[in-house]
Design a protein around this ligand. Sequence first.
Ligand SMILES: [Zn+2]
Length: 276
Amino acid sequence: MNYQEWLMANSNAIQLTAFYGLFLFLGLLEVWVPLSRLLPDRKRRWTSNLGLTLLAVLVSRALPLSGYGTAIWASSAGVGLLNHVSMPSLIVLITAMVGRSLSSWLLHISMHKVQFLWRLHRIHHLDQIMDVTTTVRFHPVEIVMSIVTGILTVALLGLPLWALLIYDPFESAVRIFSHANIRLPEKVDRVLRLLISTPAMHRLHHSIFQKETDSNYGTIFSFWDRLFRTYTSPVGKGLARMPLGLEVKNNSRVQSFWWLLENPFLGVGEGKRRMK
Ligand SMILES: [Zn+2]
């Protein structure tokens, strides 16, 4: 059995370990070395965040299309760039990493710049504190958009299934890590954020101030923000006490599961970035 066959045989175990294993491990680290000690309304907040996470899992399972199905179809139908050229496996893997992370970055910046997309995305930013439960706090419509973006990228580039089985657990792991409320030594964070999005870098993206919220869009790799000049350094920003979230008319609702589902259809005042 070669490594590609091994990946396919063990894909479920790898995905579950990358997501739930790291979720639990970093959740425990949050208790041990928290960055912020602010814990408002954790019970309602966790219910909403985990409720949205469960909804995201159900929506992705209910969809008749998936990135994996598309990869198998593209390979047999000869669709997409990599199904027309023969490349070494390492180049194929790098193409998958670069292509999928770029499409994810482009979708994220679009969610901030296009008004009706921002209304969907803002429920992620309405969280007033950050921890691992913030990771999949997304509106189900944004989840569908994210899956469709992934499918289009797989079809366009002709990404093979085995490369996605490496990329997806990696993406899950970095997303959980970058949302975790953990205090890393600045030296460690600095080295890691040369390549990936870190808790310090991504925390700035959750700031209440528009200038910071509209920067550091990368949730996987950090280099897209450096390349497109949307990177803001987290050094000296007072991350532990930085106000997170958005301005709303009634603060008590931002952790209500049903209000969050309804939020995209409410006015612009129900999730505004603060100008500095
Ligand atoms: Zn965002």
